[in-house]
Design a protein around this ligand. Structure first.
Ligand SMILES: Cc1cc2nc3c(=O)[nH]c(=O)nc-3n(C[C@H](O)[C@H](O)[C@H](O)COP(=O)(O)OP(=O)(O)OC[C@H]3O[C@@H](n4cnc5c(N)ncnc54)[C@H](O)[C@@H]3O)c2cc1C
Length: 339
């Protein structure tokens, strides 16, 4: 079955949906307000479900070639000692930067499908489309229109910094301290990716100096990164998570990705799930009439993504716990042995 689809937002979810639908013969228009794909950004871990979604749009092989495979992660204490290691060859994730992924997805589409620099039109003007895919991210204006502002994502209590420095690393580490964490991962292009999160009130300011004050006495791999970062390479965002929506569908509009289920990044799953949403929805639209496809999409995706929102929240709280640190580390160390 094919038809006409409007996709609001050309992030990872929207562009994956566009790739799947155009491959199935749909006439697709993506409205993306940014003038062009971003040229900078940090690495995202693509877990097996996301790799399967990328395979479905013909891009899995490129991502495996480009990305840094990860099947081992070490959890450390601020002094560098090991809390635990998780080693799972069965569940390889590929670390790839957001710009590289977005560029692959744009290149997979025929010219003219993505309209860069064009904000999403009002829903009322989209009557000529069989389906509208709202892929407009955490601050989704479409979600506000359809469900009201009470479903806007709420602050998790964590603020995060991300960036990259030149260099090479093969190791993936996450260091957990009191009320704060610091992660280091490889990525493509001769760069090392890092991220940090602390408990803080929403809107708290902070740049490299804040990071050096907060993490300056952590182990040497963290200090080495802090020595090299400058303000221009540091991204700083407060972290938000969605309350449970009553449905991911209203009329002929389907919400996907962060518009439907923003989650704390502590399981590294937000972008992965946006892509899984996109492929699930695209496949259903190709196989069923639109109302049926949207009902099936909601049924397939709402429950598992809600579970991930909750699980990411819990992991974020544990990783940045402010009390019972010794007990936490013991339990996590034991858990890692059996993971
Ligand atoms: C610190 C941090 C680390 C993360 N790490 C990971 C990770 O390792 N792995 C992982 O899977 N996920 C990770 N995530 C989550 C991931 O970034 C998001 O879940 C993912 O980007 C969601 O994709 P999306 O397409 O739904 O939304 P977005 O990527 O936000 O895309 C939405 C798009 O819609 C556009 N848009 C918005 N409004 C309009 C409008 N009115 N008109 C036109 N266009 C519009 C925006 O410009 C944007 O391009 C992380 C997030 C954070 C904050």
């Amino acid at each position: 079955m094919a038809g006409k689809a409007a996709i609001l937002g050309g992030g990872l979810g929207g562009l994956t949906a566009a790739n799947l639908l155009t491959r199935r013969g749909w006439d697709v228009s993506v409205f993306e307000r940014s003038p062009a794909p971003p040229t900078t950004g940090t690495a995202l871990g693509m877990w097996p479900a996301a790799m399967a979604a990328l395979d479905a749009v013909g891009l899995g092989a490129r991502v495996r070639q480009l990305g840094a495979p990860q099947h081992r992660v070490a959890f450390l204490r601020p002094d560098g000692s090991v809390i635990g290691r998780v080693d799972s060859a069965r569940r390889t994730a590929y670390l790839v930067s957001r710009p590289a992924l977005l560029n692959l997805l744009v290149d997979g589409l025929p010219d003219g499908v993505v309209r860069f620099g064009v904000p999403a039109p009002d829903l009322g003007t989209l009557a000529g489309f069989d389906v509208v895919v709202a892929a407009d991210g955490t601050r989704s204006a479409t979600r506000d229109v359809l469900f009201g502002t009470r479903y806007r994502p709420v602050y998790t209590g964590l603020t995060a910094w991300r960036g990259w420095i030149p260099g090479e690393t093969r190791a993936v580490t996450e260091t957990w301290g009191r009320g704060a964490l610091f992660g280091i991962t490889p990525r493509e292009g001769g760069l090392v990716n890092w991220f940090a999160a602390v408990r803080a009130p929403a809107g708290a300011p902070g740049g490299p100096t804040t990071l050096r004050d907060r993490f300056g006495d952590w182990h040497q791999d963290v200090r080495k990164i802090l020595e090299q970062i400058g303000a221009e390479e540091v991204l700083h965002h407060d972290l938000y998570e969605s309350p449970a929506l009553p449905s991911y569908v209203r009329g002929n509009v389907a919400l996907i990705g962060d518009a439907a289920h923003s989650m704390a990044p502590n399981l590294g799953r937000g972008a992965c799930e946006a892509m899984v949403d996109a492929v699930t929805l695209g496949r259903l639209l190709a196989a069923h009439p639109v109302p049926d496809a949207l009902r099936r999409y909601d049924r397939a995706r709402r429950r598992p993504t809600r579970r991930l929102v909750r699980a990411s929240h819990v992991v974020g709280r544990v990783a940045t716990a402010e009390r019972w640190i010794g007990l936490r580390d013991t339990v996590v160390g034991l858990g890692a042995r059996f993971a």
